[in-house]
Write a new protein. Structure first.
Length: 317
């Protein structure tokens, strides 16, 4: 009888498929297209909750794909090939930078579900680019060319209440945010067939209500352009801002050197030379970068770089 039970259990596991949490132990992967159209689709960007995918179509259209239902819709119609976007931590909003018909770029923020229009939060004739969110969604950093046509790092409190804090209260806030950032972990694997069934069940239940309690403040967008603050201002341009999850520091590059600047703009720190940061890890303790042509991780704030070896084959046509 036990042998029969074991066989049944084994069969059940096989029917359910492989355990997605054990992906690192897989001997092979089945790769299937998520988006396959006649258009040129590029720059896929999954939402933090793993339920949606933003990507570029054609020159600059930003599309949103619901990974549960497969529904695809246009979020932003744009001709700008340099359009850049970043998901809010709760996956409800996108912050974007793109050029208008006069070739001026601003930062815009809007809900992914299209329930409200995009709001221009920078409103300046000089270019503003590359928005980056803190992990709690209260702070947004970006680069702006509004001073002497040099790129400087700017930040804005999207939670307006932070502007009422004293210096000590802000220091306490950032300390708590730094401790919280250390606890951030990857999301659990998403089983989309189960999510689709749950969505159908919720839709069929007239009493069910879907509420998002992940954010306990309102995004103050309409007057954000009046509340911007410069973190850097020098004779050389900064680029590629990446706000740490805590919001307490922003990583960026000046030339081929990476730096960190504190929230009070008083403590710039050189991190590493000869690097091109690509993205931060979840906790903000390191960023992934290209270092002298090799993939590497660079520790923060110390700057110790560790190259990652990889096999590669070059095919010359």
């Amino acid at each position: 009888m036990r042998l029969l039970d074991e066989k049944i259990e084994e069969k059940t596991e096989e029917e359910e498929g492989p355990d997605p949490t054990d992906w690192h132990g897989a001997l092979r992967f089945d790769i299937t297209p998520v988006v396959q159209t006649a258009h040129h689709d590029a720059d896929p960007s999954p939402s933090p909750d793993g339920m949606s995918l933003a990507f570029r179509r054609g020159n600059g259209d930003v599309m949103i794909l619901d990974l549960v239902t497969g529904e695809e819709r246009l979020f932003l119609a744009s001709w700008d090939t340099g359009t850049h976007w970043a998901w809010s931590p709760d996956s409800t909003h996108l912050a974007l930078s793109f050029e208008d018909q006069d070739h001026n770029a601003d930062i815009w923020v809007g809900p992914v579900d299209g329930s409200a229009d995009l709001v221009n939060i920078t409103k300046h004739p000089a270019g503003d680019y590359l928005p980056s969110w803190s992990a709690d969604g209260r702070i947004l950093a970006f680069v702006s060319y509004r001073n002497d046509d040099q790129g400087d790092i700017y930040a804005v409190y999207l939670d307006k209440s932070l502007e009422t804090y004293t210096a000590q209260q802000l220091a306490d806030y950032y300390e708590e945010a730094t401790n919280n950032a250390k606890k951030i972990e990857p999301i659990d694997p998403v089983r989309f067939n189960e999510q689709e069934q749950n969505a159908e069940d919720a839709q069929g239940d007239e009493d069910s209500e879907i509420q998002d309690d992940s954010r306990d403040f309102e995004l103050a967008l309409d007057d954000a352009y009046l509340r911007l603050r410069s973190l850097t201002r020098g004779s050389s341009s900064e680029w590629n801002p990446r706000i740490l999850p805590s919001g307490a520091q922003v990583a960026y590059t000046r030339g081929s050197t990476a730096y960190l600047i504190g929230w009070d703009d008083s403590s710039e720190t050189k991190v590493a030379e000869g690097v091109s940061p690509q993205h931060l890890n979840l906790t903000g303790s390191a960023f992934v970068a290209l270092r002298n042509g090799n993939p590497a991780t660079v520790a923060l704030p110390g700057g110790k770089a560790t190259n990652t070896a990889f096999p590669g084959t070059i095919r010359v046509d």
